[in-house]
Each structure stands twice: as structure tokens, then as C-alpha cells.
Design a protein around this ligand. Structure first.
Ligand code: NAD
Length: 420
């Protein structure tokens, strides 16, 4: 399967094989559970502001259609590949199944650096991407959402492009839209809020005192900044470290997260934020703290640093931050580092996306407190299931979480047959 040839895809496959061995999946079922149902690559030529025409590569991977339409974010990142997109789609499948959502996983995106495009160029490439995807997506086939490098505005351009083609407003084709065009209250904050809700559950379990705890957050975008602010303001945890793609910052007295957020809103990144000391971005992850929240890119916790982590809770806001080799080391340290695995930890985003989709399909409107309340109930249930399974079967939280997801997809595939 050369089109998926990529280290991240290999990592997702290795994780799957661990689960397949643990729950004894028949050899005949393994490949059809693992490989994507459908993958689409498109070429996107765009008129640039300087008069040249630049060509971008876009992808969409629909992992399985067994439980309903596929659902997943859209990533704009310079090195995005089909393999990475497929890995992210596979993780979405297990994530949706773990939360009991009627979706298969999907992921998509464009290999581009959105920070280097003008607003007009960004709109051009976003609209062109959706236009190329129209034959393959739909509210009952595949629903897009935001991910790294994309935001509410890009979702609005996607929705508009699809709607212009249909001739009427189809708000349910994307989630994470602005509230003014059918987005749901609380979607933007949902992933970070979910991360923090689960950190609180873990702290309760471990009898940790939030007021005496510290946190380090890698990545200061949608997930990281919301999580940092909620940890500081709602839970009372002192945020001592933050980072983004430009800089890593540490202040043992605590960083004013709101000030950092306002700085990023003005300047676009944390580079010139001076209220903390600059540290080596790799070292930030292994500095002493109670809660570590990787919420940027994949494969940052590896066999090189897993045994050096000094956190009590590792809350995976990002997708795929921990490699299988690092997992082996963390499994040995299970009583030192409490892992909240990605497919559980960052599921808040897709859960609230599901609410947004349901509201769009039924022309319903829920308030933000209704949305948040429903979100926390699903997360609480998933968290309890994962903890119970891990305890009963003496497996890691990641193995427990993935096994629950994979089993649900497998059961549905057995019930339906080979087609989906
Ligand atoms: P974003 O684009 O809003 O923010 C990403 C942040 O990470 C930025 O601050 C960027 O500067 C920083 N960053 C990039 N490379 C970095 C590096 N090497 N070191 C440190 N920081 C770096 O993206 P996001 O939506 O917050 O997504 C972050 C992660 O969370 C991704 O793994 C994504 O797949 C995952 N996730 C996002 C959502 C969502 O709803 N947005 C849902 C589930 C999971």
C-alpha cells in the first residue's frame, strides 16, 4: 500500500497491531479494519498575489463508512502527506467509536503553510479544495471540520463553496463554522475544554490538589490556548510553561495565560512575549510539572524522552503525540505517569462537532451550557469505560481506549459484511 508510505501511518498501523493481538482479531479482518475505505488526492492550482500560479496538493481520506458518514478535520500544514492523513483518519475512527458517535473517521488537508498565504490566497486554496471534493463529500457521506492550520473562517468558505454548488445553504456539510452561519456555541472551545475536563477527572482519581499543581502546554493554538486558559482560570492550576512553533517559554511563578493569548491575537505567535524565560522547546516537555499537555504536532514523546518526563498526568491534546516505542517506556511507568490517550483526551472536538451536525440536520439550536453539559456527560462515560477496562485487563489506558473503539467498528463490520 505505497500511497500510505509514511512514518505516521506506520505508527498508526503499529498501534493497531498491538490492539489486534490483544483482542485477538482474526487475520482476515485486520487489513480491512486498518486500511482506509477511500482516499482522494487533488491538485489545486491557485493564482497568487504576485501574478504567478502555484500548485498545491490536497488530500481526503475516509477510513470506514460502516457506522455512518465519515467525520474529520482538515489540516493545512507544509509537509502533509497522504500517509499522515490516513493515520489521522484511522485515529478518528477509533475516537468516534470510543465516544459512540455514528461516524467513521476521516481526515483531509492541503500541503501548504497557511501563515505564508495572504487572506485572498487562503480563500482561493480553501474554496478550490472544497470544489474538488464535492463529488466525494456530503452531510451523509463525509463531514469536514477544522484541525491544525484551519479555523472558523476556512470552514465558512468550505460551507459556502459547497452550498453555492447545491443552490441552497447546507450548513451540515462542515462543523466548526462561525455561529452566524449555523456553527454551534462552544465548538471552538470544545477540544480544549474536554482536555481540561478529563484532567480534572484524573486529578480527582489521583487525589491531586489543583491549587498546588502546575502545567506545561506545548502548542498555543485552538486546543492548547483554550486548555491553558481553562486550567488557569477554571481549575486553578498554575501554568508554568507554554510553547508554539516559534518559541518555548517557562516561568516558575506562573504565566499570565490571558496576556499570552492577547499577545498572540495581536502578533500572530508567542515569539515576542516577554513575561517568561525562553527555554529549549524539547526540554520544555521534560521539565517538572504535574500536568503535561502536548497539543501541537505528532511524535513529540519518543523513546528519547519518555523516561525523562516529570509530569504526573500526560494529557494528549494533540493527535499521535506519543510513539509506540515511548508507550512501552510509559507502560513501565504506569504508576508515575497517568496517560489520558489522545483518542479520549481530545475527543471533545468531534463530540461537539457531532452536536453541530445534528443541530444543522434538524434545524435545532442548543445553548452553550446544553452543549457543554452533553459533552461532559459523554466524556465522563468514555473516561470511566477506559479506566475500568485498563484496570480489569491490566492494560494501558491507550490500549483500553483503542480496543473499545476497534471492537465497536469490528462488530459493526461483522454485522454488515464486506462492503463498508
Ligand atoms: P492550531 O493550528 O490552532 O495550533 C497549533 C499550535 O501548535 C500553534 O500554536 C503552533 O504554533 C503550534 N506548533 C506547531 N508546531 C509546533 C512545534 N513543533 N512545537 C510547538 N508548537 C508547535 O491547531 P489545533 O487545532 O490547536 O490542533 C493542535 C493539535 O490538536 C493537532 O494535533 C490536532 O490534530 C489536534 N486536535 C485538534 C482539534 C480541534 O478541534 N482543533 C481536535 C482534536 C485534536
Amino acid at each position: 500500500m505505497n500511497i500510505y508510505n509514511d512514518e505516521v501511518f506506520q505508527m498508526a498501523c503499529d498501534q493497531f497491531q498491538v490492539i489486534a493481538d490483544y483482542i485477538n482479531i482474526d487475520k482476515n479482518d485486520r487489513d480491512r479494519l486498518m486500511y482506509p475505505k477511500r482516499s482522494i488526492a487533488v491538485t489545486l492550482p491557485i493564482h497568487m498575489d504576485d501574478g504567478t500560479t502555484q500548485t498545491f496538493q490536497g488530500y481526503r481520506v475516509q477510513h470506514h463508512l460502516t457506522l455512518g458518514p465519515t467525520k474529520g478535520g482538515t489540516r493545512f500544514a507544509p509537509n502533509l502527506s497522504m500517509g499522515e492523513t490516513a493515520a489521522l483518519a484511522m485515529w478518528m475512527s477509533w475516537k468516534c467509536a470510543l465516544a459512540n458517535l455514528p461516524y467513521g473517521g476521516a481526515k483531509g488537508g492541503i500541503a501548504c503553510d497557511p501563515t505564508k498565504l495572504s487572506r485572498r490566497e487562503l480563500e482561493g486554496v480553501s474554496r478550490r479544495y472544497m470544489q474538488e471534493m464535492i463529488p466525494f463529500v456530503g452531510p451523509h457521506t463525509d463531514i469536514m471540520g477544522p484541525d491544525m492550520g484551519t479555523n472558523e473562517q476556512i470552514m465558512a468558505w468550505f460551507m459556502d463553496t459547497y452550498s453555492v454548488y447545491q443552490g441552497y445553504a447546507v450548513s451540515e456539510i462542515v462543523t466548526g463554522k462561525p455561529v452566524s452561519i449555523g456553527g454551534t456555541e462552544g465548538r471552538r472551545e470544545s477540544t480544549g475544554r474536554g482536555v481540561v475536563y478529563l484532567i480534572e477527572r484524573a486529578m480527582d482519581m489521583l487525589k491531586m490538589d489543583a491549587e498546588k499543581s502546575t502545567a506545561i502546554i506545548q502548542g498555543f493554538g485552538n486546543v492548547g490556548s483554550v486548555a491553558a486558559l481553562a486550567l488557569e482560570r477554571k481549575v486553578g492550576v498554575k501554568v508554568v510553561g507554554i510553547s508554539d512553533a516559534t518559541v518555548a517559554l517557562y516561568n516558575p511563578k506562573g504565566i499570565d495565560v490571558r496576556a499570552a493569548e492577547q499577545h498572540v491575537a495581536k502578533k500572530g505567535n508567542l515569539r515576542a512575549f516577554t513575561e517568561a524565560d525562553r527555554v529549549d522547546p524539547n526540554e520544555l516537555l521534560t521539565m517538572k510539572c504535574d500536568v503535561l499537555v502536548p497539543s501541537a504536532v505528532d511524535r513529540v514523546i519518543t523513546e528519547k524522552n519518555a523516561d525523562k518526563l516529570q509530569c504526573r498526568i500526560l494529557a494528549e491534546g494533540a493527535n499521535g503525540p506519543t510513539t509506540p516505542e515511548a508507550d512501552l517506556l510509559l507502560n513501565e511507568r504506569w504508576d508515575e505517569v497517568f496517560v489520558i490517550p489522545d483518542i479520549l483526551c481530545n475527543a471533545g472536538g468531534v463530540i461537539v462537532s457531532y452536536f453541530e451536525w445534528v443541530q444543522g440536520l434538524q434545524s435545532f439550536l442548543w445553548t452553550e451550557s446544553e452543549v457543554t453539559d452533553k459533552l461532559f456527560r459523554i466524556l465522563q462515560h468514555s473516561f470511566a469505560q477506559v479506566i475500568r477496562r485498563a484496570k480489569d485487563h491490566k492494560v494501558s489506558h491507550r490500549t483500553a481506549a483503542m480496543a473499545i473503539g476497534v471492537e465497536r467498528v469490528m462488530k459493526a463490520k461483522h454485522a454488515r459484511g464486506l462492503f463498508p
